[in-house]
Every structure is written in structure tokens, then in C-alpha cells.
Write a protein that binds this ligand. Structure first.
Ligand code: 4NP
Length: 150
């Protein structure tokens, strides 16, 4: 199973989602993350995201931001988007129904369609990052439980 987490900048939400998901699935899984913008390409995650992850014993400090590419639509089985803007942007890059079927809103798995967006903590403070961590942790658990055991 190959899972891609996608947000806007790939420095806050999706690096956390990648780091959390990697702690929950077998090593045979591929878990990666990307952004819809290339503004932060090559940068490590935001230091507040690194700190929140470290508080939960997860090291995301070595990740590097990268924009989503065409190849990702072939490589990955599942592409989880952190909010509706990101989802629309990612869907707009698809070329066929098979690619489109891979994409969903990350939090949709929790069944609350009203609150299915992971809020962007970039302009917030550490408490916003902690809230995002908790949301992502719940979402990753739910996603893991959805994956067929083979
Ligand atoms: P992310 O957060 O999408 O969770 O990585 C953001 C990162 C950067 C910006 C916005 C959101 N930005 O405007 O540069």
C-alpha cells in the first residue's frame, strides 16, 4: 500500500500526517507527503510542526517539502488531501477516473462531513499545532483500520 498525504505547503499538516502514519503501518507500506505549491520546496518542516511531533516521540525533522507531481498519481494507491482547496487542486491535476478515485479528503474517514478539513495551523500558535496533531492522529488510526489486512 502506498499512501500520499497532501496539503498546501508541505511544511505543516502533511509532514505531520506522514510522520504519524508511518508509526501506525508496517514498514512494507510507503508513506510520503507533498504540497500543492512549490513555495517551500526543499525546506524542512516548519519548526513548530517538528516540535509538536517530537513531543509525541516522532521525528519529522529530516523531511523535505516537495510539490505533488504527475508521477504521484501513478505511484500512490491513496492520496489524502488536508482541505477542500487542496482536494480541488489535486483533482484538477488528474487525467482519468482511475487517478481521481485515489483521492479523498483526509478527515472524511472520521464520518463528520461538516468538519472534514484539517485547519491550516501555519498562521496559528503551538496550541493550533497540537490540535492538528490530535486530529491527524485520529484520522491516521481510522485510515489504518480501513485498509484491508492482506
Ligand atoms: P501546510 O501549511 O499547507 O499545512 O504546510 C502552510 C504552509 C505554508 C503556507 C500556508 C500554509 N504559506 O502560505 O506559505
Amino acid at each position: 500500500m502506498k499512501i500520499l498525504m497532501v496539503c498546501l505547503g508541505n511544511i505543516c499538516r502533511s509532514p505531520l500526517a506522514e510522520g504519524i502514519m508511518k508509526t501506525k503501518v508496517p514498514g512494507s507500506f510507503v508513506v510520503d507527503s507533498a504540497g500543492t505549491i512549490s513555495m517551500h520546496e526543499g525546506e524542512h518542516p516548519d519548526k513548530r510542526a517538528v516540535k509538536i511531533a517530537a513531543n509525541h516521540n516522532i521525528d519529522i525533522s529530516k523531511q523535505r517539502s516537495r510539490p505533488i507531481t504527475r508521477k504521484d498519481f501513478e505511484t500512490f494507491d491513496k492520496i489524502y488531501c488536508m482541505d477542500i482547496d487542496v482536494l480541488q487542486d489535486v483533482v484538477s491535476k488528474t487525467r482519468n477516473e482511475e487517478e481521481r478515485q485515489k483521492i479523498s479528503l483526509f478527515l472524511e474517514v472520521l464520518g463528520d462531513h461538516e468538519n472534514a478539513e484539517v485547519p491550516d495551523p501555519y498562521w496559528g500558535d503551538m496550541s493550533d499545532f497540537e490540535k492538528v496533531f490530535q486530529l491527524l492522529d485520529r484520522g491516521c488510526d481510522a485510515i489504518k483500520n480501513q485498509i484491508p489486512k492482506s
